[in-house]
Design a protein around this ligand. Sequence first.
Ligand code: KG4
Ligand code: ZN
Length: 355
Amino acid sequence: MLVLGIETSCDETAVGIVEDRFAVRANVIASQIELHAPYGGVVPEVAARAHLELMLPTIDRALVEAGIGLSDLDGVAVTSGPGLVGALLVGVAAAKGLALAGDLPLVGVNHLRAHVEAAQLQYGELEPPLLALVVSGGHTSLVVMDGDGSFRQLGATIDDAAGEAFDKIARFLGLGYPGGPEIDRIAREGDPAAVAFPRAMANDGTYDFSLSGLKTAVIRYLRKLEAEGTEPHLADVAASFQEAIVDVQVDKSMAAARAEGIERMVIAGGVAANTRLRARMQAACDDHGIRLLVPSIGLCTDNGAMVAASGANLLTAGVTADLGLAADPNLPLAGRADAASAGGGTTRSGPGRAG
Ligand code: KG4
Ligand code: ZN
């Protein structure tokens, strides 16, 4: 079974092709990073326009990379939410066009689920119950994949997403965009205990996160040094900021695994590329007897193969969408596997966030 997956929820125009649910035949990403870099973040209108220009060439490249034609496909999957509505619409429209032209089944995929199911492309069948920490530019969520394959959200950020916090602080420190990799890099030279930044909601008994206070604390610290005429030690600030984020993510993940009696965990999303998070989570999982699955960086960040994998799972379960499939910027991570594929002719409106 060959499934093509389209991902346009944020700033990557991505198309992947997956064979028999586990094998990546193509994974093409047309990044828009350079377009958004001058703004220090993703500009929704710019993203939607770029998706429109890049969509068809990216589909073509994926088919060439896989060495197949449209007629060889068995289904088309697309991220229908959550994400930026204008960006999502481009992918959903393209997927409908392909499905119609190739007389193929169409399936709508939840972006968060796809981040988690990306792990099956590296590790094979995922064995539930499974805990997943999805940390990206648009999300910081702890979710569980239950024994019946349904997904449940345990908690999420109540303000900034982790990647968003990395990007904003990097900008404040005068580093490039996206800021996560820059902070990760310079933090290696710094002392994570140099500055005691707050760990918001660390011990509140929930699985929610809050990062806006940390962001403010870092900015206030830098302003104070500036007022005193002291040069900040950037590596120490980066390492201490990163540690505050990682501490809470690791502690809450372990608390969730214990409470839910879960022995397998996935970390996914762009921030899962963070070397400190990977190392600390691995150490904590080793201590707790949990098997940690960490997809390669290309499968962690937004990509089309993860959408194809998630779509292939749904198609195998008999789930399809009709041509009324809507882009839903706030698509919930519902329990039922087919939630993203529910019809509905119109696009639901809402602010939406980058995925
Ligand atoms: O999943 P992703 O590619 O796109 C979204 O759906 O947002 O994640 C992008 C985010 C950016 O905020 C970027 O700064 C962050 O992931 N990121 C990192 C690292 N690499 C990417 N954050 C921390 N450390 C990294 N090494
Ligand atoms: Zn994402």
